[in-house]
Design a protein around this ligand. Structure first.
Ligand code: FAD
Length: 842
């Protein structure tokens, strides 16, 4: 048997090698028009970037090594220019001298791969415009880059500027590599997101990471024209912006190389690839094909498609070789499993994306979870964004995507196995995956996503989605069950803050038929709230898939509040302060490790630490949650401290926060809450303190106290509230533990309102009608109820102090009061008042 293989890299070399292993006596000729066979195209960007330093390591095999090991006749620089199917011959042109010869075959294998798409725009063929497909392309790019960098290092020119056209996998690998070498990089992408193989909300954190590493990203715009100017290239975009470049990388996608097959009259598929059957046989029984040039059935979507990836190319090649050698082996489908590293982040997916399912009209549901890559308490992890799409009836997994820092690859691979084997989300619940703290969690992210999706299929959970906002919340109460601290940093417009901890105590008088849309940070607390409300008879409930994290990604609200660094970066050493305030502080330095903590953990820990510190102390906080880049400036702004610096560190950031209040130095960029005295030292005053004596037990007055208290807290002030006489009733527990009471205490107990829920109005009480009306009006206007305001003030840090003298008089025990109420007497109050800038008697 004489096999001729056209193309000698991924699929071609595999077909030849597998054929030899099955047929020792076959004559096998590999014709490759380039000058290398079996090289690692996937490694090309990393040699340019300097991560791979030995070029020869990319040459996996050479014609000589293939002859020695497998007795293959490998001819580089030999291009097949036509096929005579009737005569079973190919015409071959020697690239170096243009001479031609004919080669006969018994079996022909076509593996010509794909070619880069070159949009027909003016200037596309200029010298400095490169594609990256082959070793030669890599050598050219590297030589030009090296020369430019050498000139820049010697001061003979400014920074090297590169424009990458196309934000697919190769484009981003090139952007990272060029940046790594020290170039200024702009990425231009026609779509409204980077990374087309994953859904929008998963691409956004990667885009933020890319920007935070100093790469400028231009979305929804393409290159319109390229012009040579002053030794560089002006890249004019369709939005009329002009980017100056020293070199341009064109990575706008690939198309299958089908000229030979087409001219030979072989059938092509709907997407322009060579059509093959499950044996990888073309429409000619003596010709097989594999790799980027063919179309294969999709594992999930209807019909066939193109999938220019190395894994499918190699597996298709193996199947082709087996059939060439007379075996009956089938290639069933391609699911498009792919992955990319973008600086410290990793993203990828398998199976269908939601976008593809929508386009194909395939019914599906989606869930989002945001677990950490491994146990949060073990160093080196960060939040992962994981999405699974599945059949709403059967729960069959149709696709999955992940973006994050650690453990992303293995989650994509597990999902890939699930898609390939038709597993359901119930199977994901049951998977027993390897766990120890450095590697995962006892409930692996895959189990977690299985739990959530199974809840949806079983009807235990109804979701609403970020992409459906605002329609999804129309006519509904939007309840944010996060803490007031998180709510203060960002919340959905019109949302009510009912922290999960208080939900059960306040929902008693809610209308169970009013539609409610819940959300929290990642979907877990809102799920608990959902279950609690559902079992209390609420019928119109939905919770936001993936919480505010997915919402903010979908609506691109997470741009870090820090300018991207544009100056050249050396060897991933992200050592530049993104912005710096005063060079040194005057207080102590405190190191705070919040890595592995997901939102709101870092902000909560930071708030605790800063509260315990003295004015002027500096807290250096290490956080792996990328959302911290936007949360930290917002928190600092609200709470009156100073953000001295924030810099990328691993997956997240390291920030220095200086406690406001006294003794802090003036800065180039003053903290927005700081009030500059305008005197020599430029002292920045911290926020003040407000103390209250709440004497009244009237609902309206207590309400006013808590509204003011919450306002003061939001302004970053300390708040201290001393409850005495009738005011103390506002702090009583709804159902205190039973205890023995004296007769007088029992009588007082009966005469007094039993909790904040039952306080009367100071006027218009109308035998209890007034408070009912006021509560209804407050609800209608989305004003939090009194218990919610109390809880919010308490969680926000207000000291609630019960007057011990009153408690003695009225027979109130500590156990009758809400959790967290401190006890104190007049000295406590006077102490608080003496430190306060404002004291109110209500
Ligand atoms: P190729 O490997 O491209 O080989 C086709 C060969 O056929 C070429 O060498 C060509 O010169 C030759 N040829 C074409 N026509 C003729 C002719 N008429 N006569 C003779 N020879 C001919 N995939 C992944 O899965 N993961 C990655 O990380 C990844 N990274 C990549 C990075 C880069 C820079 C590139 C370029 C590709 C990357 N890929 C990656 C894609 C992967 O390399 C391809 O899917 C795979 O190489 C396809 O194999 P193939 O044999 O079909 O085509």
């Amino acid at each position: 048997m004489k096999l001729v293989v056209v193309g000698g890299v991924a699929a071609g070399a595999s077909i030849a090698a597998r054929t030899r292993r099955l047929d020792e006596f076959a004559e096998i000729i590999v014709l490759e028009r380039g000058h290398h066979v079996s090289f690692a195209n996937c490694g090309l960007p990393y040699f340019i970037g300097g991560v791979i330093t030995d070029r020869s390591r990319l040459l996996v095999q050479t014609p000589e090594s293939l002859r020695e090991a497998l007795d293959l006749d490998v001819r580089v620089g030999n291009e097949v220019v036509s096929i005579d199917r009737a005569a079973k011959t190919v015409t071959v042109r020697r690239v170096d001298d243009g001479t031609e010869y004919t080669e006969s075959y018994d079996a022909l294998a076509l593996t010509p791969g794909a070619e880069a798409v070159r949009p027909p725009i003016p200037g596309i063929d200029l010298d400095g415009v490169h594609v990256l497909r082959r070793m030669g392309d890599m050598d050219q790019i590297k030589a030009q880059l090296d020369a430019l960098l050498t000139e820049a290092a010697s001061g003979r020119r400014g920074p090297v500027r590169a424009v990458v056209i196309g934000a697919g996998y190769i484009g981003l690998e090139m952007a990272e590599s060029l940046r790594h070498r020290g170039a200024e990089v702009d990425v231009v992408e026609l779509a409204d997101q980077i990374l087309p193989p994953i859904d929008h909300e998963l691409s956004v954190p990667v885009e933020s990471h890319l920007r935070s590493r100093g790469v400028a990203v231009h979305l929804e715009t393409g290159a319109a024209a390229l012009r040579e100017v002053d030794g560089g290239i002006d890249v004019e975009l369709t939005n009329h912006e002009v980017l100056r470049a020293d070199l341009v990388i064109l990575s706008a996608g690939v198309r299958p190389n089908t000229a030979l097959a087409r001219e030979a009259g072989l059938e092509l598929g709907a997407h322009g690839g060579i059509a093959v059957d499950t044996h990888m046989r073309t429409s000619d029984p003596f010709i097989w094909a594999a790799g980027d040039a063919v179309e294969t059935p999709s594992t999930v979507l209807p019909g066939s498609g193109l999938s220019p990836l190395a894994g499918p190319a190699n597996r298709e090649a193996r199947v082709a070789a087996e059939n060439i050698c007379g075996r009956d082996t089938e290639y069933h489908s391609t699911q498009g499993t792919s992955i990319v590293k973008v600086f410290d982040m990793v993203a990828g997916g398998t199976g269908a994306t939601q976008r593809q399912l929508i386009a194909a009209g395939v019914p599906h549901r989606a869930v989002h979870v945001h677990p950490s890559g491994h146990a949060g308490y073990y160093p080196g992890t960060a939040m992962m964004h994981l999405k699974v799409v599945f059949d709403p009836e059967t729960g069959r997994v149709l696709g999955g995507q992940a973006a994050g820092f650690d453990g992303v690859d293995k989650r994509i691979d597990v999902l890939s196995v699930a898609v390939r084997n038709g597993l359901t989300v119930f199977d994901l619940e049951e998977l027993e995956l390897a766990y120890a703290p450095p590697f995962g969690s006892a409930k692996d992210p895959i189990n977690m996503v299985g739990f959530v999706a199974s809840n949806v299929v079983r009807g235990d959970l109804e979701l609403w989605y970020a992409e459906d906002y605002p329609a999804a919340v129309e006519g509904a109460r939007v309840i944010d069950v996060r803490t007031p601290e998180e709510f203060g940093i960002w919340h959905l417009p019109g949302a009510e803050n009912v922290p999960l901890a208080t939900l059960r105590s306040v929902c008693g008088d809610w209308d169970t038929s009013t539609p409610i849309r819940l959300y929290c940070a990642v979907g877990f607390r809102s799920y608990l709230a959902y279950r609690s409300l559902r079992q209390r008879g609420f019928t119109e409930l939905k919770t936001l898939s993936g919480g505010s994290t997915t919402f903010r990604a979908w609506h691109a609200l997470d741009e870090p509040d820090v300018p991207a660094q544009r100056e050249p970066m050396v060897n991933y050493a992200e050592t530049h302060s993104l912005f710096a305030l005063a060079p040194t502080g005057v207080g102590a330095s405190i190191d705070l490790d919040c890595t592995g903590l997901a939102c709101p953990g870092p902000i909560m820990r930071l708030a605790e630490t800063v509260t315990a510190a003295n004015a002027g102390d500096e807290v250096t906080v290490h956080v792996s949650d990328p959302g911290f880049a936007s949360d930290a400036p917002a928190w600092v702004k609200r709470s009156g401290h100073q953000l001295v610096s924030i810099e990328p560190e691993g997956p997240g950031y390291v920030a220095v926060i200086r406690k406001g209040g006294a003794g802090t130095m003036a800065s180039a960029r003053p903290a927005s809450r700081g009030i500059s005295s305008g005197t020599g030292g430029g002292i920045v005053n911290g926020p003040g303190k407000t103390s209250f004596v709440v004497f009244s037990g009237d609902m309206d007055k207590v309400l006013a106290s808590f509204i003011i208290a919450n306002g003061a807290l939001a302004m970053g002030e300390e708040v201290s509230m001393f409850f005495t006489f009738w005011g103390l009733n506002a702090l009583r527990r709804e159902q205190p533990p039973k205890r023995e009471k004296k007769l007088m205490d029992r009588m007082f107990g009966m005469m007094m309102p039993s909790s904040a829920q039952h306080l009367p109005l100071s006027t218009m009480n109308m035998a209890g009608m007034g408070p009912v009306m006021i509560k209804s009006v407050m609800k209608h206007h989305n004003v939090p109820s009194l218990p919610e305001l109390i809880a919010s003030a308490h969680t926000g840090g207000a000291r609630l102090i019960g007057c011990t003298m009153t408690m003695d008089l009225l027979g109130i025990a500590h156990s009758d009061l809400m959790d967290g109420v401190e006890l104190g007497g007049v000295a406590t109050f006077l102490g608080e008042a003496s430190e306060s800038t404002t004291t109110l008697f209500i």
